[in-house]
Write a protein that binds this ligand. Structure first.
Ligand SMILES: *Cc1c(COP(=O)(O)O)cnc(C)c1O
Length: 230
């Protein structure tokens, strides 16, 4: 089941953030999990500093953007004044943007091909810092969607480790819009277990509580906090 949209979201991001956090904590507790084991990534794509700042003032520190160029327009300044912010790239990454991404972001949730793994390994070396990496799995095997097919996930994770020397933190998925997300969350959790991975980036505004029940360590929530995007 997907959640109903949060009614307080569009007007007051800080209040909506609190409500989402409370719902995450309740879902975690209900599932016998520690609420602190779930990181809420507030997804700020299309929203500017006016929307973001109240949530930073309220103490929020993890944010997500799906495009490098858009993120470069707002986050360098925000990060300069709040060095403890963590910025997560949750959209597709082109290899020619890898250097910019490594300079600005703290985590990449969309590692999905050897060429990108190769370029990121080089950029980490060059920059002297490694970002937290999630391998995106196309659990619905949708042709238009990024991510490795489930049956290739194990081989790709192994290749990232052995051939490119990368540390993979976990797996990420975006379930098909017209399918029961629980099946996809369960599949991603199973693939993570089989590959010795601890972290799961799954769950959005419509289904984050369910993702938490299935073991999400990172939920990516935008519209339930900031309102519907135009
Ligand atoms: C936009 C986006 C989200 C957040 O979506 P909402 O439905 O607004 O919560 C999560 N994950 C990815 C990959 C996104 O692009």
């Amino acid at each position: 089941m997907r959640n109903a949209p949060s009614p307080s979201a569009p007007t007051d991001p800080a209040a909506a953030l609190l409500e989402v956090k409370a719902r995450i904590a309740a879902a975690a507790t209900e599932a016998g999990r520690d609420p602190l084991a779930v990181t809420l990534i507030a997804v700020t794509k299309t929203y500017g500093a006016a929307h973001i700042l109240p949530t930073i003032s309220a103490g929020h520190r993890d944010f997500g953007e799906n495009r490098v160029q858009e993120a470069e327009g707002k986050w360098p300044e925000l990060k300069a004044s709040h060095p403890d912010l963590a910025l997560h790239l949750i959209g597709p990454l082109q290899t020619n943007k890898a250097r910019d991404a490594v300079a600005l972001f703290d985590a990449i949730h969309t590692l999905d091909r050897p060429k990108l793994a190769h370029v990121l390994a080089d950029e980490f070396q060059r920059a002297g810092r490694a970002l937290r990496l999630f391998v995106q799995v196309n659990t619905g095997e949708e042709p238009q969607k990024a991510g490795v097919p489930p049956r290739e996930a194990a081989a790709f994770v192994a290749q990232c480790r052995t051939e490119f020397g990368l540390t993979v933190a976990g797996l990420m998925c975006i379930p098909p819009v017209d399918e029961e997300p629980a099946l996809h969350f369960a599949l991603l959790a199973k693939l993570a277990r089989e590959n010795g991975l601890q972290q799961l980036s799954m769950g959005m505004s419509g289904d984050y509580e369910q993702a938490v029940r299935f073991g999400a360590t990172h939920v990516r929530v935008g519209s339930a906090i900031f309102g519907a995007r135009s």
